[in-house]
Design a protein around this ligand. Structure first.
Ligand code: COA
Length: 439
């Protein structure tokens, strides 16, 4: 086993050359000391045209700022909050891609990675270290980069699964002991609680859960305390899952693959969550190639995938990545999981969202706003949930869908939506009979 020699972040980032592509480790393990050192070199104009890629980082993202025009070009796989303004203004750019295929872009050399900058746990006596809270496409970058620079940080949890990599796969080492970025769970609003209760009613005992971050997943999880034998196979999970693990509600007993284990590719939450995955053989942090593969997801029974939307039209087209032409997030793993859940025995793909925005705009629209991106098509959507109820659109005609979707729109907007549906579908619209398929 090689001897680790630590160097400074400034020294490590000297490997970056003009025209390189640099992959950044994401979310809670964003390697900030290396980013700062890289930006300092950028400020000194020591290179030009360096492409930066990542899923999404947490904390500040100076490399996306206009001051670095011509020096850094961000090409992210997801538009996170810290690069949203710069992406909307055109300084930063976004690669639309299914989360599952982010690693493929690297492994099949569509995107040649020159330098991977990562953050890992303290190596064990065998030389194994862990990518901790984010494996995502970063394992692919570690495998394919010309140079891998790793910050060794005792705060990075030693997570198992594909997260474990050997120090022989790392070229340059930097020491740091900063805390990881944390996201404490926020309060659950009355609307989120109502949505959570409708979704929770759809979750059956023995289900395998996938859910994103945020108030709605936390509201759902807070209502599953009396469920039995739930499992987790998700792109990510957060603190909301912990009380269910403590109570034995989440035990993975019903899973067909990775029985008894919780599976994810990245995590974002409190220090408690990071401590929970440290040295925990019950959690597998896996390559996104595995977590988000439709055929893998579909192997577990009753996969219940809970995702959200920015806007949905009355036929069931789901926009989740932009507000009109303004990019807000990304395709992410929504389709991976909606499709996987749809193919799983007893699976339930669910889109759950408030009926209106915090400014009172209806999120249900007659047609999508021009420029809005369809992340999930009409054929992908099954269950749609708002605070006004849950409807199943799977197997329903366009006119049935319109009626069902409008039935859970905000009451202030139902009349205008009905008028739009009437104009679109003609005089038959009001006379569509109820169809027992939805029971
Ligand atoms: N029209 C105008 N503005 C809208 C809008 C609409 N139809 N819908 C939402 N907004 C605004 C909100 O007002 C809010 O604005 P603010 O930031 O000023 O408060 C903002 O957009 C975010 O809306 P919100 O409903 O709070 O979004 P969210 O944080 O719940 O995220 C998605 C929703 C769709 C962006 C998120 O789930 C996502 O990124 N999905 C795609 C990826 C995915 O599904 N991955 C799998 C799970 S990890």
């Amino acid at each position: 086993m090689k001897q680790i020699r630590f160097i400074s972040a400034d020294e490590a980032v000297r490997v970056i050359q003009s025209n390189d592509r640099v992959h950044l480790h994401s979310v809670a393990v964003t390697p900030h000391p290396l980013i700062r050192a890289m930006c300092e070199r950028g400020r000194n104009k020591e290179f030009r045209n360096v492409r930066i890629q990542h899923i999404h980082t947490e904390g500040c993202a100076p490399y996306a700022d206009p001051e670095f025009e011509g020096i850094f070009q961000l090409e992210s796989f997801f538009v996170g909050h810290n690069v949203r303004k710069q992406t909307q203004a055109g300084y930063a750019d976004y690669i639309p891609v299914f989360l599952q295929e982010t690693q493929r872009l690297i492994r099949e050399n569509y995107l040649k990675v020159n330098v991977a900058m990562i953050q890992v746990s303290v190596p064990d006596k065998f030389g194994y270290t862990s990518l901790g809270t984010s494996v995502d496409a970063t394992l692919a970058a570690v495998e394919h980069a010309d140079t891998v620079i790793a910050i060794v940080n005792p705060n990075v949890p030693r997570a198992f699964g594909d997260a474990m990599i050997h120090i022989n796969d790392i070229d340059l080492f930097v020491e740091d002991d900063s805390e990881l970025v944390i996201a404490e769970p926020g309060p659950i609003s009355d609307t989120d609680r109502l949505i959570g209760s409708h979704v929770a009613e759809l979750v059956e005992d023995g289900a395998t859960l996938q859910m994103g971050i945020g108030a709605i997943p936390n509201a759902v999880l807070s209502m599953l305390g009396n469920h039995k034998n739930l499992g987790v196979h998700s792109e990510m999970f957060a603190d909301g899952i912990l009380p269910l693990v403590d109570k034995g509600v989440v035990n993975g007993k019903n899973k067909k693959i990775d029985k008894g284990k919780m599976v994810a590719t990245f995590l974002m939450g409190s220090k408690k969550l990071y401590n929970f995955i440290h040295d925990n053989p019950g959690v597998l942090m896996q390559d996104v190639k595995y977590t988000n593969a439709v055929n893998v997801i579909a192997k577990n029974p009753k996969v219940t995938a809970i995702n959200s939307a920015l806007q949905i039209d009355i036929t069931g087209q789901v926009c989740a990545d932009s507000i009109g032409t303004k990019f807000y997030s990304g395709v992410g793993g929504q389709i991976d999981f909606l499709r996987g859940a749809s193919l799983s025995k007893g699976g339930k793909p669910i889109i759950a969202m408030p009926s209106v925005t915090n400014k009172g705009i209806s999120k249900i629209a007659p047609i999508l706003t021009p420029g809005a991106g369809v992340v999930s098509t009409r054929a992908n959507i099954h269950w749609l949930v708002t605070e006004y109820g849950a409807v199943n659109l799977y197997g329903r005609t366009l006119q049935d869908r319109a009626r069902l979707i409008i039935s859970i729109a905000h009451p202030n907007h139902r009349e205008e939506l009905e008028k739009a549906a009437f104009e679109r579908f003609g005089p038959h619209f009001h006379f569509v009979s109820d169809n027992p398929i939805n029971k």
